[in-house]
Structures are given as structure tokens and as C-alpha cells.
Write a protein that binds this ligand. Structure first.
Ligand SMILES: N[C@@H](CCC(=O)N[C@@H](CS)C(=O)NCC(=O)O)C(=O)O
Length: 203
């Protein structure tokens, strides 16, 4: 069985948990928090020199970091990763979009609002800038989701898992999802997928 090191309230760590649940595959969860210093401990740094979760440990002891790389590995050969080359690249497009144009704003604004130890970094200028950039990312998703039921086409894929992780909790970051009816309907479709689990579910 594979092991996933992760924080139970982190969207990045939710991605591989949700993926495994949708695939109905067992895994072991090891709670590993960035908030108590565990991700910077020598023992964890020996597993992932970047000191971040999630981290996947394969049955043979090899490690894999980065939530979306973990998703791609675990989804290989399943319906969550399109087989057609173009459709697969479309899924990659959304994974890269999530990491560069969505997570740095929506996840960060959420963290600044919900973690008391981050509050001092939440200057008005920074919060305004994160709000603007996050809303731009939500607008890009909205434009796609008015055309297709899922981000990479007609079926749920790793792209939807990657973007569901922080979009579903964007209101905690101060984003008004009522402005984005296409996203609201898509959130409902992801939640209705067989095997769906919420962010606080642990195996
Ligand atoms: N690009 C990485 C980001 C991972 C990340 O930032 N993880 C946070 C928790 S959400 C973390 O481990 N932070 C620990 C730290 O920076 O010390 C991914 O997608 O996995």
C-alpha cells in the first residue's frame, strides 16, 4: 500500500486523498504538518528536500513530491487521466494553470485568513492583490465551465481534482463564488462523483 504524508486541512494534500478515494484504492495517511515544524524536521527533509507536503511513498520506498505529479502517477492507466494525447495535454494545461495562476492566490489568501500565525502577513495591499488575481483565475475557470461539464472535457479528471482542492473552499479566502454560476454547478458535479470525499476525510 502507498503512503501519503500530508496535512489534513491543506488543499494540496487533499488532491491525492480525493484521487485515491475516487479510484477506490487504499492508502496510508501520515499526518505531517507545516504548522508544527514537522515538514522542516531532518527526518522529513531526508524524504523530501523541499520540505513540503503532500509526499507520496511508494511500496518500494521511493518518494514523489508535488501534488500534481503525485496525481499523474497515481492516475496512470485510469479514467482520471485521458488516454488521448491532446485530451491528456489539456488536463496538464489545467494542472499547470492551478499551480501558477490559481493556487498562489486562492490558497494563499485562504491561509492568510484562517491561520492565526499568518495574520501579520495579511497586509491590505497584499489581500487586495490576491483577491484580484484569484478572481481572474476563477474567471478563467468559469469561461471553460460554461462550455464543458468538467475542465478537460466531458469527464472528471486530475484537472478537476487539482482545481476543486482550493476552489471549493475559496469563500474561506474571501472569494464570492456566487459570481461564478458555472463554477458553482461544477463543484456540485465533482461532489456527486462516485467515491467523493470531503477535505477532512482521512482513511
Ligand atoms: N507545489 C506544491 C506545494 C506544496 C505546499 O506548498 N505544501 C505546503 C502545505 S499546503 C507545505 O508543505 N508547506 C510547508 C512549508 O512551506 O514549510 C504542491 O503542489 O505539492
Amino acid at each position: 500500500m502507498v503512503t501519503i504524508y500530508g496535512m489534513s486541512d491543506s488543499g494540496n494534500c487533499y488532491k491525492p486523498r480525493l484521487l485515491m478515494a475516487l479510484l477506490d484504492k487504499p492508502f496510508k495517511h501520515v499526518e505531517t504538518s507545516s504548522r508544527d515544524g514537522t515538514t522542516r524536521s531532518p527526518a522529513f527533509l531526508a524524504k523530501n528536500a523541499n520540505g513540503k507536503v503532500p509526499l507520496l511513498e511508494l511500496e518500494d520506498g521511493r518518494f514523489l513530491a508535488e501534488s500534481n505529479a503525485i496525481q499523474l502517477h497515481l492516475a496512470e492507466g485510469t479514467s482520471l487521466l485521458p488516454a488521448d494525447a491532446y485530451d491528456r495535454a489539456l488536463a496538464y494545461q489545467w494542472l499547470f494553470f492551478e499551480q501558477y495562476s490559481h493556487e498562489p492566490y486562492i490558497a494563499v489568501r485562504r491561509a492568510l485568513r484562517i491561520y492565526p500565525e499568518r495574520a501579520a502577513q495579511a497586509t491590505p495591499e497584499r489581500m487586495a492583490s490576491l483577491l484580484e488575481s484569484g478572481n481572474k483565475a476563477l474567471g478563467v475557470m468559469e469561461a471553460q465551465l460554461t462550455k464543458t461539464p468538467f475542465l478537460a472535457g466531458d469527464a472528471i479528471s486530475v484537472a478537476d481534482i487539482a482545481l476543486y482542492a482550493y476552489t471549493h473552499d475559496a469563500p474561506a479566502g474571501g472569494y464570492a463564488l456566487g459570481r461564478f454560476p458555472g463554477i458553482a454547478a461544477w463543484l456540485g458535479r465533482v461532489k456527486a462523483a462516485p467515491g467523493f470525499v470531503p477535505i477532512d476525510w482521512l482513511p
